[in-house]
Design a protein around this ligand. Structure first.
Ligand code: BEZ
Ligand code: FE
Length: 287
């Protein structure tokens, strides 16, 4: 039978019929049906097909152990957050997950509770406090809280080697026996995702901005529980309603309250005025 518009999809799907792994066969069949459906709907010219191949080629060329433009593409197309949503259909009380992002690329330095992750000392001081609990409410003493964030100008340490000390904005904290954690930092700022590659070109061509609202990243883990990769978002931050990677969840937005009380500032070892955010984390039991 000729390969025609009418027979194309069934022919390609049938070519994978011998795939031994049933899940791979299912995925390939669905890919072929959706991809052919897309091509039938769009009816690309050969010039457009070449442009698409060029875009994907350029995207691959910006991938190495420091940069992953395909994940960034997945992020700005909402695919990362859709996969996250499908894989974290969680119990309603557990802390919601959100995107990991590309900047958790180095191990966070272990720090003591109350330490600062700000090794530079510019920007408005900020204190973050919280407690890690299980779904039934019992505190998870010894839980690990891995945090990372951009500096007050919106850059991660790994984006400015030589400009920021390694480990700036990062810390691995061990909760006390009541599951409590607290650390000092700078109040985070909104910042753009990397725009110097093909994904930046896509955003420009489509009139989309590249910004993420101000946030602090966390991965929280405790024995016998599912870890959560999440953010604390700053209430009132620009771009909360239009995050370039669609990662905002209302349950993760917190007031970063300004406190101008020298007594409270001294208790946390910061200068007044400072901001305080409280973020409790609830983990689901594993299994
Ligand atoms: C981030 O928040 O670090 C991030 C997430 C997705 C894409 C780029 C950056
Ligand atoms: Fe980030």
């Amino acid at each position: 039978m000729d390969f025609t518009e009418e027979t194309a999809t069934a022919a390609v799907e049938a070519s994978f019929a011998g795939t031994a792994d049933p899940r791979l066969r299912e995925i390939l069949g669905s890919l072929v049906r959706h991809l052919h459906g897309f091509v039938r709907e769009v009816e690309p010219t050969f010039g457009e097909w070449e442009a698409a191949v060029g875009f994907l080629t350029a995207t691959g060329q910006r991938c190495d152990d420091q940069r992953q433009e395909f994940i960034l593409l997945s992020d700005v197309l909402g695919v990362t957050m859709l996969v996250d949503a499908i894989n974290h259909r969680k119990a309603s009380e557990a802390t919601e997950s959100t995107v990991l992002g590309p900047f958790h690329m180095v191990e966070s330095p272990p720090r003591e509770l109350g330490d600062t992750i700000d090794l530079v000392g510019t920007g408005q001081p900020c204190v973050v406090t919280g407690q890690v609990r299980s779904l039934d409410g019992h505190p998870l003493g010894g839980a690990l809280v891995d945090v990372w964030q951009a500096d007050d100008h919106g850059f991660y340490d790994v984006q400015q080697p030589g400009g920021q000390p390694p480990g700036n904005g990062r810390g691995l904290f061990t909760c006390d026996d009541q599951g409590r954690f607290w650390f000092r930092t700078v109040t985070p700022s909104p910042y753009p995702i990397p725009t110097d590659g093909p994904v930046g070109g896509l955003l420009t061509a489509t009139g989309r901005h590249p910004y993420r609202p101000a946030h602090i990243h966390l991965i929280v883990a405790a024995g016998g529980h599912l870890p959560v990769t999440t953010h604390i978002f700053v209430d009132g931050s620009p771009y909360l309603g239009s995050d370039a990677v669609f990662a905002v969840k209302q349950s993760l937005v917190r007031d970063f309250t300004e406190i101008d009380d020298p007594g409270q500032a001294a208790a946390y070892g910061v200068e007044a005025p400072f901001r305080h955010a409280s973020f409790d984390v609830v983990l689901q039991p594993a299994g």
